[in-house]
Design a protein around this ligand. Structure first.
Ligand SMILES: NC(=O)c1ccc[n+]([C@@H]2O[C@H](COP(=O)([O-])OP(=O)(O)OC[C@H]3O[C@@H](n4cnc5c(N)ncnc54)[C@H](OP(=O)(O)O)[C@@H]3O)[C@@H](O)[C@H]2O)c1
Length: 228
């Protein structure tokens, strides 16, 4: 059985990834998000609010149960939030803990537990972190989101180096999926241009039908994940 643990599997890219994986035989998906929206005999939901770090810590054992029959195990850190779009200096301080907890601290704890709990397994083990182009460029109004994704990229590189030095064979990958037609884009389009100067460009992406279909992107991500 090939096991996939996917955060944010309830909608958007995470749901598309989960559903594409479930179309393949011999797969099991463990979805981690606040809401459950997938019904399938090989889908198992673990309700968790990734902004509640104490709850994450207390419930990680339910996410990473033993899988003695695994032929591969993959963790996909997909869930992320923009949080309140706006300029630093004009935001509540809680915004930073919220965005960094969901986008960085929870994924770090998930990776740590994945690596520890499955250390003795010999089957292929992979971590895929969903990043963003915003990790590489300055985007006004998205400072915490951008910074959390840049930090996730740095974490991924360091963990890959550690796994290489230990000779575990674990792969740690990151991917930026492009601009997708999901709820996250809806939030972006509904922002005032004083909070985000590029809002008109993102409204045009939508009206000109330039947003990528999350199902098509999920297919490409899976093809690349499963080819290596
Ligand atoms: N959309 C884009 O254009 C775009 C561009 C570049 C990168 N990305 C990246 O692609 C990934 C997927 O984005 P998306 O557009 O599919 O996002 P989305 O439509 O907003 O979906 C976000 C997912 O994350 C989960 N989530 C949010 N807050 C959570 C919390 N506190 N606890 C647990 N789960 C939580 C949501 O589930 P619940 O609400 O059920 O908890 C949902 O399943 C993200 O990493 C994003 O940064 C997206």
């Amino acid at each position: 059985m090939r096991y996939y643990i996917i955060t944010g599997a309830s909608r958007g890219l995470g749901k598309a990834l989960a559903e594409e994986i479930l179309r393949q035989p011999d797969t099991t998906v463990i979805g981690v998000s606040r809401h459950a929206t997938i019904e399938h005999p090989r889908y198992h939901h673990r309700p968790l609010d990734l902004s509640d770090i104490l709850a994450v810590e207390a419930n990680l054992y339910t996410v990473f149960a033993p899988h003695p029959d695994a032929s591969s195990i993959t963790l996909i850190n997909n869930a992320a939030v923009l949080g309140q779009i706006g300029y630093v200096g004009e935001l509540p301080n809680e915004h930073f803990t919220f965005a960094f907890d969901v986008n960085l601290v929870a994924p770090a704890m998930l990776m740590n537990t994945f690596l520890r709990n499955y250390a003795a397994m010999t089957c292929p083990r992979t971590i895929l972190n969903i990043s963003s182009g915003a990790a590489q460029r300055a985007v006004d109004g998205w400072a915490a989101y951008s910074a959390s994704k840049a930090a996730l990229d740095a974490l991924s590189r360091a963990i890959q180096k550690e796994q290489d030095l230990r000779g575990t064979g674990v792969r740690v990958q990151t991917i930026s999926p492009g601009v997708l037609d999901t709820g996250m884009q809806e939030q972006i389009r509904n922002t005032d241009n004083r909070q985000f100067s590029e809002v008109d460009k993102f409204v045009a992406f939508h009206s000109e039908d330039k947003l990528a279909d999350p199902v098509e992107v999920a297919r490409k991500i899976l093809a690349s994940l499963q080819a290596n």
